[in-house]
Ligand binder design. Sequence first.
Ligand code: GRG
Length: 297
Amino acid sequence: MNSIRTALDKNADRVENALKELFASRSVKSEALTGAMKYATLGGGKRLRATLVYGVGEFFDASEKALDAAACAVELVHAYSLVHDDLPAMDDDNLRRGRPTCHIQFDEATAILAGDALQSLAIETLLSERFNPSDIETRAIMAETLACAIGDQGMVGGQAIDMEFTGHLIGLEDLSRMHALKTGALIEASVMLGGVINLRQGDRELDILSGYGRALGLAFQIADDILDHTSDSKTLGKDANSDDRQNKSTYVSSMGLENARTEASRICQEAVDLIGRLDGNTKFLENLAEFSINREY
Ligand code: GRG
């Protein structure tokens, strides 16, 4: 667990620097907008998605610069999703990464615009040769991989279902379908981006990566439900017990705490077994799956 923490810290520094460089390379059109984009993106978070990009990309010997572009892209999208998710019209949360949420620190309109701009910046980062040195076909595949994961067929679709389900008791099948989109799709895309830089459609490794990403994403979400139920706001850096407060179905409310823990371990093991099918040393990627359920925040 200690070595995974060290790797997460190292990758967090790496993506933080890459993000700072990315922001520094752009002219400021609105101080408030740029301020809110940086506030939402820099200086916080576990950087699990960036670490998945780096971990998988390094396994397949991808170029460092292309990996930086992909790691920035997934963290930009993640930051945007958190900003919009925290808005009064959605979860209406005040605390994120131990600080006031973006709409509290700035204002609602600025937070909405910052989220919008972070999303476009993510796609630009993958497509533009200025940030991503991959050939044009690879850049297009990378942008497609991310775009498909975060729209109505992925993250935003999952968020819409989440909104529809709020206040209703739903079964486990609906719950995992919703989470596979809302949280899982971006996590899976982070894994895939590390792979698609050097792999091509039809390669057996892509199927393994996809299954690993899906399982890790679901295990991560079950752990998130458990932490929301068992931890406190100070440790989490966000409002604890927010699922209960909003009357949302979770793995804990649907199957009980102990069963949720067992289910998280079972799905984590699925991810570990899947990634172990790759030829080479997969220990780091196995450890990342285990971290997704053994974390404290
Ligand atoms: C509003 C477009 C839109 C999408 C929202 C992913 C999502 C959809 C909202 C995030 C809300 C949330 C708390 C989901 C539960 C799982 C999750 C994504 C937790 C936060 O991710 P961490 O723990 O956060 O990786 P850090 O701060 O470490 O980066």
